[in-house]
Design a protein around this ligand. Structure first.
Ligand SMILES: Cc1ncc(COP(=O)(O)O)c(C=O)c1O
Length: 352
């Protein structure tokens, strides 16, 4: 129950489109998406997020981690600083180092399992070398969907200090509560001009192995720099990835709605089971994603991952996220499997 993909088959329309593509039998290079895919993606952004994205803002990528790394190499120069809020999906912590930048981490504030941004600490962390903020919204691993006022405050700080915002929104189609996701770059034109947004159909439709995602970079200068950085290093998107992406955006909405309902039920089960049976460990309320972040600090385990594995359940150790004393559980699985996993966690907790 660790790595963040789901145990569900992709939407039937995606599978049918992939079958058609395979039956065609030719898998040549595809250096750009079809115009139909571009229209479908732009329409999806407009419809779902009321965000009017121009075609030329799109830069297609074989993965979002690749997008994070290209972004770090694009912005600033060696020894410049990249800020991010922790705990965080591990590639946010490695991408700055891989790009010879300095990582600056600002811990989120935790209050009764609710996680918020420490704006003061963020401002205080800023130096003249801070050039980039890597933001994750919805947030992996804490499952928060940052609200408009929070995003605005972060962006104000960034604009004031000339810091580019890279917003990874890979989980934006997986909001489980009745709250709208607002793409950061859609807040206003100044913010858009200072932003790189990363999105993909991969998490939502369970096609991460097909490697199709995109960056949205409204600012021409920034986009040109991004394109120059990736030259010769980043391969084109997998041709089957494009096919799956188009089918998912075009026909996947009823499937996505069913998925959200299923994930809501799983999320509720995680929360109620934890309250009832897993004391003293606690879990946050997951507003978005299919990832639950358990606080197991009270168990005082030396090696949390190993302890839970010994009871037959594989979780991601918080140490990889700069979240020592926490473990992450992926509930994107059949309900019966989730219950079995939770029972094993219960045994692991009782054994301490
Ligand atoms: C926030 C976030 N960004 C990016 C990724 C991975 O993206 P990709 O597989 O496209 O590199 C993940 C996967 O878990 C993620 O949680």
């Amino acid at each position: 129950m660790w790595v963040a993909d789901m145990d569900f088959a992709s939407p039937p329309e995606v599978l049918a489109a992939l079958r058609d593509h395979v039956d065609h039998g030719v898998f040549g290079y595809q250096d750009s998406p079809t115009p139909e895919l571009v229209s479908v993606a732009l329409e999806m952004l407009q419809k779902r997020y009321n965000w009017q994205v121009e075609e030329e803002w799109l830069v297609w990528l074989p993965g979002l981690v690749c997008g994070l790394n290209v972004t770090c190499r694009t912005i600033g120069k060696q020894e410049d600083e990249v800020a991010t809020f922790t705990p965080i999906y591990p590639p946010f912590l490695t991408a700055p180092h891989f790009s010879d930048r300095k990582l600056v981490t600002i811990p989120l504030i935790e209050n009764n399992q609710e996680w918020t941004i420490d704006f003061d600490a963020f401002e205080q962390s800023i130096t003249e070398k801070t050039k980039l903020l890597l933001l994750c919204n919805p947030h992996n691993p804490v499952g928060r969907l940052f609200r408009e006022d929070e995003l605005k405050r972060v962006c104000e700080i960034c604009l004031q200090h000339d810091i580019v915002i890279c917003s990874d929104e890979i989980h934006c189609d997986l909001v489980l509560d009745d709250i709208p996701h607002k793409p950061t770059a859609s807040l206003d034109a100044n913010i858009a001009n200072n932003s790189i947004t990363l999105m993909a159909p991969s998490k939502t439709y369970n096609i991460p192995g097909l490697g199709c995602s995109f960056a949205i970079i409204p600012n021409l200068k920034l986009r040109k720099r991004f394109l120059r950085t990736r030259r010769g290093i980043v391969p084109w998107v997998n041709t089957l990835g494009y096919t799956a992406c188009k089918a998912a955006f075009e026909h996947g909405e009823p499937w996505r709605k069913e998925l959200i309902a299923y994930l809501q039920k799983n999320r509720d089960t995680v929360e109620s089971f934890t309250k009832k049976h897993l004391s003293p460990i606690t879990v946050n309320h997951v507003e978005a994603t299919y990832l639950a972040w358990f606080d197991v600090r009270s168990l005082k385990l030396n090696n949390a991952e190993e302890h839970f594995e010994n009871f037959g359940v594989g979780l991601s150790d918080g140490k990889w996220f700069q979240g020592n004393g926490f473990v992450r559980l992926n509930f994107g699985c059949p309900h019966s499997m989730l219950l079995e996993g939770l029972e094993r966690i219960k045994k692991a907790v009782e054994a301490v």
